[in-house]
Design a protein around this ligand. Sequence first.
Ligand SMILES: [Zn+2]
Length: 80
Amino acid sequence: MIIYYGTKKKLKHVKQLGRMRCTNCGHEVDASLTKEGGYFHIFFIPVFPVFGYKMIFCPNCGIMKKLTSEEFKEMKESNP
Ligand SMILES: [Zn+2]
């Protein structure tokens, strides 16, 4: 019997931040406040989380800035 297992990433866009200049790639992009989580799966069914990041997401290069939990919460609750 073959057992399919591994890890998979998942992005969840929490809030749109509007136009920003990316500090990583330098492009003007529509940035968003994003959570990235990875989980271990067996037969493509998530079993347990293995990592998680909170960040400002750049659609051009992927990641603009990693955030701490406090920074993420502050940005999530602030009004643009
Ligand atoms: Zn970028």
